[in-house]
Design a protein around this ligand. Structure first.
Ligand code: ADP
Ligand code: MG
Length: 476
């Protein structure tokens, strides 16, 4: 794939032309391209067309190769990976002589700029080069993860408002913005939404988004290549740095160290940092204390588990996107039954829509139950911490509030530990989540409780029996 700089002449030299003459596409080819280009609207949809495909310009035609250009490397790579195959198929359908699609980078805006302001031109080009370089380090953004498609509800309202603030403020409103919450609750969606909107609102700013895993990978690669200077410079020259799933670098000391310095350098320059994690900064085990405390400097916004209303809202929005014929009763049923996270909720809806497409069958409550049999059975069996607390309180003749209270008397504290132990055994909740459910206790308290009960069950037959009775009441 050839890469073309600012001068169109450079491109012409690289092309394999036996005539060495003009590569200008003929009128027929130009007309064909115009038709194909317009056809992409219907083929890929208006949103994708506008974001990615509209800027495609036919540059040349030679030996069955259509050469088209886009303004940035990032766009070229994205189109190459996502749409090129189908675009070529569209061309070939229009003229079977077309065998290849070559996408090149031509920075049109710069080529065509007025010669009189050469310095500005240079600055624009330098900035564009920097943006291209950073784009190549960033992870790709999902087209679907925008603010428009993000449904707001009580559990995510704070995180959403904070994300909006970051995008809309002229200055840095809080640094860093730290978003945390369980799996599949919308952290990545919100981060991509910020990145998209940043690119739109502030096109001159360089935004870098990547997972902590990719950050580490880039860093290790730079270390191996003895090229950490370049790495540092690239990460320190961005205007907005977004790192997703920071918990990934837990226990990875040198990566943490590097991140810590990058973090400080950017904060010093008043550049925005946005971080996501599955836990609050203070609960990030395996992350150095000095970094943990830095992470909590700005605004910490948590996304809570979903509520029925939010789940229903998301299903309604998703139904509209899919333009699928799904009765309200089915959406309500799903919102009631699939409570784990939003990813699973979306998956359930996609499954019933796909099934009805293939089976050419209308979607009803009955078909839904049938198609989602396995999933629903798993959910029916899912035990909640609330239930555990109720059963344990019942068994020991305590009040439910004793499960959350600060009372330390043995006759209350021990059953509470039993409940924590069962919560760890019977639910998929993390230690910090369990701690929160028990009156906001620390995860180390939960860990201690789990170990203590495990120990006692070996030594004390009464405890072992109590645990067994409650467990059976819950799972039976
Ligand atoms: P996380 O990064 O927290 O694990 P994601 O951001 O990947 O979760 O979200 C999982 C799925 O749920 C994605 O498909 C996302 O679009 C969807 N989703 C999450 N929150 C919302 C929301 N508030 N509105 C619409 N879709 C959402
Ligand atoms: Mg994520």
């Amino acid at each position: 794939m050839s890469e073309v700089g600012a001068k169109p002449g450079v491109a012409a030299k690289k092309k394999p032309s036996p005539i060495g003459g003009s590569l200008e596409p003929s009128k027929e080819i130009m007309a064909l391209w115009k038709k194909v280009h317009q056809g992409m609207r219907t083929e890929f949809g208006e949103a994708i067309f506008r974001s990615w495909l509209k800027p495609l310009v036919l540059q040349a035609y030679y030996h069955g190769t259509m050469e088209v250009s886009v303004p940035t490397r990032f766009m070229r790579d994205w189109i190459q990976n996502h749409y090129a195959e189908r675009i070529l198929a569209m061309c070939t359908a229009a003229d079977e002589n077309i065998k290849k699609l070559q996408i090149v980078v031509v920075q049109n805006a710069i080529v065509e700029a007025d010669d009189s302001d050469a310095t500005e031109k240079k600055a624009v080009k330098a900035n564009q080069n920097k943006k291209d370089e950073i784009a190549s380090l960033s992870s790709p953004l999902d087209m679907r993860f925008t603010f428009d498609s993000f449904v707001i509800g009580k559990p995510n309202a704070l995180a959403h408002a904070a994300a909006r603030r970051v995008v809309e403020s002229m200055s840095v409103p809080f640094n860093p913005l730290f978003i945390y919450g369980g799996v599949g609750l919308g952290k990545t969606h919100l981060m991509h939404a910020i990145a998209w909107q940043m690119n739109e609102h502030w096109p001159e700013k360089t935004v870098m988004y990547l997972s902590a895993e990719k950050f580490m990978y880039q860093f290790v690669r730079a270390l191996r290549a003895n090229d950490t200077m370049n790495f540092k410079e690239q990460f320190r020259s961005v205007d907005v740095l977004m790192i997703d799933d920071i918990q990934f670098i837990a226990g990875k000391e040198s990566t943490q160290e590097e991140f810590f310095h990058t973090f400080n350098a950017l904060v010093d320059q008043n550049k925005q940092i946005i971080i996501s994690a599955d836990k609050a900064p203070s609960d990030l085990t395996g992350i150095e204390e000095r970094l943990r405390s830095r992470l909590a400097w700005g605004l910490v916004a948590d996304i809570h588990p979903t509520t029925y209303d939010l789940r229903l809202g998301i299903l309604q929005s998703k139904r509209a996107q899919l333009q699928a014929n799904v009765p309200d009763s089915v959406l309500e049923f799903l919102a009631l039954k699939v409570t784990s996270n939003i990813r699973e909720l979306e998956g359930a809806l996609n499954r019933i829509v796909a099934h009805s497409d293939v089976a050419k069958q209308e979607i009803t409550l009955e078909t839904t139950q049938e198609v989602l049999q396995d999933l629903l059975r798993a959910h029916d069996r899912r035990i909640t911490i609330d239930e555990i607390q109720r059963k344990v309180a019942e068994h020991y003749n305590l009040r439910l509030t004793d499960m959350h209270s600060a009372r330390r008397a043995r006759n209350v504290a021990r059953p509470r530990q039993v409940a924590m132990y069962l919560a760890k055994q019977l639910t998929a909740r993390s230690l910090p989540e369990i701690g929160r459910k028990f009156g906001g206790r620390d995860h180390t308290t939960v860990m201690h409780a789990v170990r203590k009960i495990e120990e006692l069950m070996d030594e004390d037959a009464q405890i072992a029996q109590d645990v067994d009775i409650v467990r059976r009441a819950l799972t039976g």
